[in-house]
Design a protein around this ligand. Structure first.
Ligand SMILES: Nc1ncnc2c1ncn2[C@@H]1O[C@H](COP(=O)(O)OP(=O)(O)OP(=O)(O)O)[C@@H](O)[C@H]1O
Length: 296
C-alpha cells in the first residue's frame, strides 16, 4: 500500500490553503502537525476524496484517485473533526447502521460491529444511548466506524480535541494498537498526541511543508538548543521576552524557565534534553517570530 502525493495545492478564492505538497507514504503513522489554519484538514479531505485539489495529484497504489476514487474509498477509514452521532441510537445500533450504509451484508456487519467494539473497548457501554457517552467514548465510536471496513488507509482529524488528559492517553494507546499494516494519518496540534506513536512527522505551516522528518531527527536537531534556568521574577520575564520559552514554573527559590536558543541564554542556564514539543517549537519558532513582526 502506498500513498503518493505530487505537487498538491488547494486554493479557496484568493487564498492558498495548501501549496505544492509532495509526499510518499507507506505503512505506519504519519503525524500531521501544525497550528490552526495550517492546511491539515484541507489535505486530509483531499486524500479522502471529499475535496477536489486545485492542482496536483494523489495516487493510491499508483492510481490517480480522481479517476479511481472508488478503489481508495473501499479501503479508507475516515474520522472527521466534526464527527456527529445520532442521539437516538446506542453505540451498537449506530455502528450497525453505518455498516449497512457502507454496504456490508447484515451477517458480516453484525460480526464486524462486535469486532470493532471490542477493538476500541466500548463493548460494555455499546447498548447505551450515544448522548450518555463521554467525549472519549464518542471518539472511540468514531474510530470504530472508521475501522468497519478494516481500512488500509485510516485518516483521523484532530481526534483529541475536547478530551481530558486521561482520555487523550487512552485514545493515543488505542491508535498505537492500530498501526500495524496500514497507513494512519493523524492530524493534531498537540505534539504529545503523536509522540512515541508516529514514525514520521509532517509539519505544516500556512499551507506549506516546514519539515518532513522522523521524530528522532527533529529531536536531534534540537539537542543543544534547550536550556533550563532558575532565576528571579524580573530576569525570568526579561528572558521570556528575548527567547522562546517552552515552560515557566514558579518554584520556592525563584522561577524556572526552559528556553529554546541556539546559544546559552543566561550564564546560569544549563543544557537539557529537548522534548518533542520543544523540537517542534524550534522548527516552527522562527516563522512565528517573523509572523509576529509582520503583524506589528
Ligand atoms: N471552505 C473554506 N473556504 C475558505 N477558506 C477555507 C475553507 N476551508 C479552509 N479554509 C482556509 O484554508 C486554510 C487551511 O484550513 P484548514 O482547515 O485546512 O487548516 P487546519 O490546519 O486543519 O486548521 P484547524 O486545525 O483549525 O482545523 C485556513 O486559512 C482556512 O481559513
Amino acid at each position: 500500500m502506498e500513498l503518493t502525493i505530487e505537487n498538491l495545492s488547494k486554493r479557496y478564492g484568493q487564498n492558498w490553503a495548501l501549496r505544492q505538497l509532495s509526499l510518499r507514504c507507506g505503512p505506519g503513522m504519519l503525524g500531521l502537525v501544525g497550528p490552526n489554519g495550517a492546511g491539515k484538514t484541507t489535505l486530509m479531505r483531499m486524500i479522502a476524496t471529499l475535496l477536489t485539489p486545485t492542482e496536483g495529484t494523489i495516487l493510491w497504489n499508483g492510481q490517480d484517485i480522481r479517476t479511481h476514487g472508488a478503489a481508495l474509498r473501499q479501503v479508507l477509514g475516515y474520522l472527521p473533526q466534526d464527527f456527529g452521532v445520532y442521539p437516538e441510537f446506542t453505540g451498537r445500533q449506530f455502528l450497525r447502521y453505518l455498516a449497512a450504509m457502507k454496504g456490508l451484508p447484515r451477517s458480516l456487519a453484525y460480526r464486524r460491529v462486535d469486532e470493532v467494539l471490542e477493538m476500541v473497548q466500548v463493548e460494555q457501554v455499546a447498548d447505551r444511548k450515544l448522548p450518555t457517552y463521554s467525549g472519549g467514548m464518542k471518539q472511540r465510536i468514531g474510530i470504530a466506524q472508521a475501522l468497519l471496513n478494516d481500512p488500509e488507509l485510516l485518516i483521523v482529524d484532530e481526534p483529541t480535541v475536547g478530551l481530558d488528559p486521561a482520555e487523550r492517553v487512552r485514545f493515543r494507546t488505542l491508535l498505537a494498537s492500530l498501526t500495524s499494516n496500514r497507513i494512519i494519518i493523524l492530524s493534531t496540534h498537540i505534539i504529545s498526541d503523536v509522540e512515541a506513536v508516529a514514525n514520521r512527522l509532517l509539519i505544516l505551516q500556512e499551507g506549506q511543508v516546514l519539515a518532513d522528518t522522523p521524530p528522532q531527527a527533529l529531536l536531534a536537531h534540537a539537542t543543544g538548543k534547550v536550556w533550563s534556568v532558575t532565576t528571579n521574577q524580573t530576569t525570568a520575564l526579561q528572558l521570556q521576552a528575548s527567547y522562546q520559552a517552552s515552560t515557566m514554573v514558579n518554584q520556592m527559590d525563584g522561577v524556572t524557565l526552559r528556553l529554546i536558543s541556539a546559544t546559552r541564554p543566561h550564564e546560569a542556564a544549563i543544557e537539557v534534553s529537548p522534548s518533542l514539543e520543544e523540537a517542534y517549537l524550534l522548527a516552527t519558532g522562527r516563522q512565528e517570530v517573523s509572523a509576529r513582526e509582520e503583524d506589528k
